[in-house]
Design a protein around this ligand. Structure first.
Ligand SMILES: NC(=O)c1ccc[n+]([C@@H]2O[C@H](COP(=O)([O-])OP(=O)(O)OC[C@H]3O[C@@H](n4cnc5c(N)ncnc54)[C@H](OP(=O)(O)O)[C@@H]3O)[C@@H](O)[C@H]2O)c1
Length: 324
């Protein structure tokens, strides 16, 4: 059958994303054919598109979507035609109307969770899950620092950290974004006009925080280290402002015997059991109402380039989806 998908012939600015007609074969053994209903737009998609994370061309783009199972490949028993499913982390090619997916990479969408919420937040929600519960276990009474609190991962992580009993210090890049982040942070810092590490020390009685969750990267790296208590952990999980430049491990010594980790969702959801357990944990906290997901931007699939421009220009808040 024929369908439409975004294809990249080379890395570059958003204009390299072209919506083209492609041939979609029947699903191979172990695969299902999906009709997408909503497609997640994540910051990592911009890294694949720009060349920061190299991909092989020609390539599809996007790692996350929700949809309906339309055909089953041989040997697929976990799903049936008509099931609502989602996937959080590839393989590349979610920017498409229909696609074939390995069934082992899919999770069922529970009743009560919309396709838009699943598509716009499963990757971000599962990321918050492992950051707060596995990379560093957030416990009641702790104070944690979470950057880009008005963003996709940020909104979810701040609410979830509060639900775990932590005091949350969030940062955001404008007065309007600070207002948006305020309901799910105990303190919000506009890091475009304030030295956030100094504020963190003021707020913690000069102790610093035991953990910083930093998806901003280059721009916040030094301030994040300076915000930590001795032996604290910097969780550097993204590069929204560019990748952290190389540095000597002695820097960690001079800042207080600090720890640094650079985790990825792929390493935490590497088995089917992990994928299902993390997705179920995430959907459960959304269903409980303690984490509210806001899908604040919707674009037609053909306007994927505009979605990337807005994301990279810091114009978005919460989650973003493409409508196929
Ligand atoms: N490692 C993993 O497993 C994993 C998984 C998912 C996502 N991530 C990472 O988590 C981060 C957040 O992802 P997301 O998709 O939810 O994006 P997002 O937070 O919705 O958007 C990124 C935000 O970063 C902030 N930012 C600061 N400096 C920036 C700059 N120079 N250019 C652009 N943005 C800047 C902006 O918020 P302000 O304007 O408020 O500063 C922007 O809205 C990304 O770094 C992403 O790669 C990592």
């Amino acid at each position: 059958m024929q369908t439409h998908a975004i294809r990249l012939e080379a890395a570059g600015d958003p204009s390299v994303m072209q919506l083209v007609e492609i041939d979609l074969p029947d699903p191979a053994p172990g695969e299902v054919q999906l009709r997408h209903t909503a497609i997640g737009v994540n910051f990592i998609d911009t890294y694949h598109r720009s060349g920061l994370y190299p991909v092989k061309f020609p390539s599809g783009l996007g790692q996350e979507a929700a949809g309906v199972v339309e055909k089953l490949g041989e040997g697929v028993t976990d799903f049936k035609v008509g099931d609502r499913v989602a996937y959080p982390n590839g393989p590349l090619g979610s920017y498409a109307r229909q696609r074939n997916m390995p069934a082992a990479r899919l999770v069922p969408i529970p009743d009560g969770i919309s396709d838009e919420v699943a598509a716009g937040s499963l990757m971000r929600g599962m990321t918050a899950q492992y950051l707060l519960k596995q990379t560093f276990e957030v416990k009641p009474g702790m104070t944690v620092l979470i950057h880009a609190a008005a963003g996709g991962v940020g909104q979810i992580a701040c609410q979830w950290a509060q639900a775990l009993g932590a005091t949350v210090i969030g940062t955001a890049g404008s007065e309007a974004k600070c207002r948006l982040a305020r309901p799910f942070c105990d303190h919000v810092i506009d890091y475009t006009n304030e030295h956030f590490a100094e504020r963190v020390h003021l707020l913690t009685g000069n102790q610093g925080v035991p953990v910083v969750y930093d998806g901003v990267g280059a721009a916040t790296f030094e301030g994040s280290l300076a915000s930590l208590a001795p032996r604290g952990l910097l969780v550097s999980f993204g590069n929204a402002s560019g990748p952290v430049p190389p540095f000597s491990p002695n820097l960690l010594a001079s800042k207080g015997s600090l720890y640094l980790t650079r985790p990825t969702l792929g390493n935490y959801a590497s088995t089917r059991a992990e994928l299902l357990a993390m997705a179920a944990d995430y959907f459960a906290i959304v269903a409980s109402g303690r984490v509210r997901v806001t899908v604040n931007q919707r674009y037609p699939l053909a306007d994927a380039a505009q979605a990337h421009r807005d994301l990279e220009a810091r114009k978005t808040t919460g989650s973003t989806v493409l409508i196929p």
